[in-house]
Design a protein around this ligand. Sequence first.
Ligand SMILES: CC(C)(COP(=O)(O)OP(=O)(O)OC[C@H]1O[C@@H](n2cnc3c(N)ncnc32)[C@H](O)[C@@H]1OP(=O)(O)O)[C@@H](O)C(=O)NCCC(=O)NCCS
Length: 182
Amino acid sequence: MLYGQRVTLRRVVEEDWEKRYEWLSDPVVNRTLPSGSGMPLTPEVVRERTRKYAQTDLSSVYFTIIKEDGIPIGNTQLFNIHPWSKHAEFGIWIGDKMVWGQGYATEVTGVVLDFAFERLNLHKVYLTVDADNPGAIRSYEKAGFNKDGILRDEVYKNGQYVDRIMMSILKHEYLKLSSSSK
Ligand SMILES: CC(C)(COP(=O)(O)OP(=O)(O)OC[C@H]1O[C@@H](n2cnc3c(N)ncnc32)[C@H](O)[C@@H]1OP(=O)(O)O)[C@@H](O)C(=O)NCCC(=O)NCCS
């Protein structure tokens, strides 16, 4: 388990699939996820993915985000963990739209960065985010990510191409930020 001020992150378990299916079936949530291809999901696909995410695997770790009242609100993950270059990709989605804009994603991102740099001793955490997702970009910037570059016209959705932004944070940048916020 990982702990923030308001959130607890626990490893995904197979039984999480139904909640994940409910969240991922919401087009507003699914629209901005890199995995959101526009193809409707089936319960079987989500169940199989959840089963995979629940397995122990040194290249990835998937968490369910639980808020202070014990209610699950979304998922976060570190994946593509590279053993010698020591970098990993970060992802997050808050499936419960009712709690958007309350700082949960920013807090969760901080908890995962702490885990990545202080426990896994990674050198860099990176992510990609669609350019039409200003809320996500803002929360990543608040957590300390910097923009690395743009993948032009990377995603096709809703009848048009959208850029995808690459962002990252290095361990020394994170340590500087966390020591200045103490
Ligand atoms: C993106 C997401 C993770 C953000 O979660 P959240 O808990 O609402 O984020 P936070 O509250 O920590 O931070 C959001 C920030 O963006 C701001 N914001 C929200 N919508 C915005 C918009 N349209 N334009 C500019 N800023 C916006 C908020 O005001 C807040 O900043 P502030 O604290 O300075 O006011 C959540 O909306 C989500 O899961 N969306 C669907 C899936 C997704 O997009 N995942 C990310 C894929 S890369």
